[in-house]
Design a protein around this ligand. Structure first.
Ligand SMILES: [Zn+2]
Length: 64
């Protein structure tokens, strides 16, 4: 028996876009809501690292 494609591309319209990569987010897609942005799973880690860049130092470095 030939398996029919269950996904209907016509009905799958994006509900939101990732704030970082602009990727479409569909209903049921795991995503992150942070600081008023919606981020896909691929972008949340790099986005967080960018946001935390001010705290990224070298060990032993003194910041005033
Ligand atoms: Zn993304």
């Amino acid at each position: 028996m030939i398996r029919k494609r269950s996904r209907d591309a016509q009905r799958a319209y994006p509900l939101a876009q990732c704030a970082r990569c602009g990727g479409d987010l569909y209903a049921g897609t795991p995503c992150w809501r942070l600081a008023g942005r919606t981020l896909c799973e691929d972008c949340v880690a790099p986005w967080l690292l960018e946001e935390l860049a001010a705290f990224h130092i070298r060990c032993g470095e003194v910041r005033l």
